[in-house]
Design a protein around this ligand. Structure first.
Ligand SMILES: C=C1C[C@]23C[C@@]1(O)CC[C@H]2[C@@]12CCC[C@@](C)(C(=O)O1)[C@H]2[C@@H]3C(=O)O
Ligand SMILES: O=C(O)CCC(=O)C(=O)O
Ligand SMILES: [Fe+2]
Length: 347
């Protein structure tokens, strides 16, 4: 029996207070539970000056090499000419707005269960931080209909159609990018690549909503994390907030451009590339004037696929493990997961 992504999270239940979001709709100040300490060095306002995350045209004949450089230096890039019509991402944004604008009691009908992975709730990383985030999420794995029905009963067809189409289009783009990335990794066997077009790979869509915040400098939209995926493709609404951490430059803002998708390389690609490609630490800051929405598509090999460094010009830096095992280690250790499977400090 093939384990699904949802099933992999069943062994890692969360306490309900790490699932139920605050009702942000009528707040004039931020509660202590959501007030984050302000950084002492004041790095929060003037970071990343002069640094710029690469924008890559997928139709550029050198796109593959440029993607390699971006993965190596940033673990992220912005993508234009990616072939996904603007209307597809705009449709998802509209549906996300329609969903998150509902009264709290409606959204809570689709609340993620303690051992569940899909539906409405806080970010999964919530238990690892002492304060809560200024954020609401809706997670989709496979069909969005079961959760959407809990909210809209028989009127969920438009939501489901738009989300299914988004997943389908994102999957095709993720496949294309993964083939390019595997070419960059070198002489990878057909066996190692066979999963790429398959139907049982791990994929999920996460709709994120960051409401306007009365005291944005004291709040955190999404706390610093790396994505577990091989790669994540993100559509962001035209509101700043996403930042990538770059050694030497600090937190570098990712300014949204219409029609541009943002790609993060995740932990699994970091392992496969034997640390050649980064998995960028990123976070989301909030805004007093504008709400922010994003739709992230996470793409990874099937649960039982064994992940191990494929680029072996030096000793393997990580031990081999299945995707399922890595998800389990990450669910318990978040940022410590990669060092727990490192072979460098195990002497
Ligand atoms: C497939 C997944 C990646 C994710 C956990 C999830 O099961 C669904 C939500 C994803 C998300 C989105 C917000 C940030 C993040 C770290 C989280 O808490 O939930 C990611 C997870 C991840 O990359 O591990
Ligand atoms: O909202 C964003 O821009 C980033 C979301 C994100 O990092 C995630 O869903 O993993
Ligand atoms: Fe992320």
């Amino acid at each position: 029996m093939v384990t699904t992504l949802s099933e992999a999270y069943r062994d890692h239940p969360l306490h309900l207070h790490h699932i139920i979001p605050l009702d942000f709709s009528s707040l004039r100040t931020i509660p202590d539970s959501h007030a984050w300490p302000q950084s002492e060095d004041g790095d929060d306002d003037n970071h990343g000056a002069g640094s710029c995350i690469p924008i890559i045209d997928l139709m550029d004949p050198s796109a593959m090499e440029l993607i390699g450089l971006a993965c190596e230096n940033w673990g992220a890039f912005q993508l234009t000419n990616h072939g996904i019509p603007l209307s597809v991402a705009e449709g998802v944004e509209e549906e996300a707005k329609r969903l998150f604008a509902l009264p709290a009691d409606q959204k809570l009908k689709a609340l993620r269960s303690a051992a569940g992975a899909t539906g409405y709730g806080r970010a999964r990383i919530s238990p690892f931080f002492p304060k809560h985030m200024w954020h609401e999420g809706f997670t989709i794995m496979g069909s969005p209909c079961d959760d959407a029905k809990k909210i809209w009963h028989n009127d969920c067809a438009r939501f489901c159609h738009i989300m299914n189409n988004y997943q389908k289009q994102m999957k095709a783009l993720a496949e294309k990018l993964t083939h390019m990335i595997f070419n960059l990794l070198g002489n990878i066997s057909e066996e190692q690549k066979r999963w790429i077009g398959s139907t049982n790979l791990c994929e999920a869509v996460q709709l994120n909503f960051y409401p306007c915040c009365p005291e944005p400098n004291r709040a955190m939209g999404l706390a610093p994390h790396t994505d577990t995926s091989l790669l994540t493709i993100l559509h962001q609404s035209q509101t700043n907030g996403l930042q990538i951490f770059q050694e030497g430059a600090g937190w570098v803002p990712v300014h949204p451009h219409p029609g541009t998708l943002f790609v993060h390389t995740g932990d699994i690609l970091h392992i496969l590339s034997n640390s050649w490609f980064r998995c960028a630490l990123h976070r989301v800051m909030v805004n007093s004037m504008r709400q922010r929405y994003s739709a992230a598509y996470f793409y990874a090999p099937p649960m039982d696929h064994v992940v191990s460094p494929l680029v072996l010009d030096s000793l393997p830096r990580f031990r081999s493990l299945t995707v399922k095992e890595y998800i389990g280690i990450k669910a318990k250790n978040l940022g410590g997961a990669l060092s727990l499977i490192s072979m460098l400090n195990n002497n």
